[in-house]
Ligand binder design. Structure first.
Ligand code: SAH
Length: 246
């Protein structure tokens, strides 16, 4: 789901940060890392801080310039700890992922992070279509590089999950229950509430309305409706045998 998104680190000074970024990415199922002129790489420090995400490090591409690193990408986001005097469209990570999954679905994406001490230059930001800023304490707005990557990759991971769930729904693997299935379920539920003496026929309208509200909120699929109807059938059966034996 996230294989079309590349994380680019520009001019990283501390190899440990590169390792920590690899770890943050792997936690969120991201694999594409490109490094622009890192000060020291590869390095034992990077491997140790990757804590098992060495596969991301060994696949990482090293480039001389940002231009080279983003050459094949269609949409580029530049992450910056501070707002700039020249204005780029500035988005939060959540707004960025909405752009990525809705407006730019199917396009190759790069998200670029800057140097530990000085961030990205204005010339580098010029190559980015959007500026990504993680909202935080305005008086202390610079996150550690790997922490910034973590926040962004987390948002991507969560959004990719819901995009995938939606795709499954669209493909009809577990389609949502139809209105007809829901109406039969409500009829069954109504009859069961009466059978088990939870309510009486003349008093059940408002409780049924409330129950409909609950089930409408959670959008049941066909399998879930089947499970619930199985429970209703069992409850009716138990009540019947209870009445017969008393
Ligand atoms: N001192 C630098 C910040 C460097 S932090 C500066 O003032 O620009 C290293 C990188 O982490 C930044 O270049 C940026 O890509 C990312 N980063 C850190 N904090 C961030 C934030 N609040 N929002 C977006 N990116 C951030």
């Amino acid at each position: 789901m996230l294989s079309h998104i590349t994380i680019v680190l520009v001019g990283t000074t501390h190899p440990g940060n590169i390792g920590a970024v690899a770890r943050a990415m792997k936690n969120m199922q991201m694999t594409n890392l490109r490094l622009v002129a890192p000060k020291i790489f590869p390095s034992a420090d990077a491997t140790s801080r990757a804590s098992g995400a060495d596969d991301i490090l060994s696949r990482a591409t090293v480039c001389d310039t940002l231009r080279e690193a983003i050459a094949d990408c269609q949409v580029v986001f530049g992450a910056s700890a501070r707002s700039r005097t020249i204005s780029w469209p500035e988005l939060t990570p959540r707004e960025c992922v909405t752009e990525i999954f809705e407006k730019h679905a199917g396009e190759k994406i790069a998200i670029v992070f800057g140097r530990e001490h000085s961030g990205l230059t204005n010339e580098e930001l010029d190559m980015c279509r959007y500026l990504l800023h993680i909202p935080c304490n305005p008086a202390f707005s610079s996150l550690n590089l790997a922490a910034a990557v973590q926040v962004v990759c987390y948002e991507l991971f969560v959004a990719a999950g819901s995009a995938q769930r939606k795709a499954i729904g669209d493909r009809g693997e577990t389609p949502l229950a139809t209105a007809e299935q829901m109406e039969s379920f409500y009829d069954h539920l109504y009859q069961t509430l009466i059978d088990i003496d939870f309510t009486q026929a003349d008093k059940s309208q408002s409780i049924m309305r409330r129950l409909r509200r609950i089930y409408n909120r959670i959008e049941l699929d066909t399998k879930e409706v089947d499970i619930l109807r199985g429970i209703l059938r069992m409850s009716q059966g138990h009540k019947k045998s209870q009445k017969q034996s008393s």
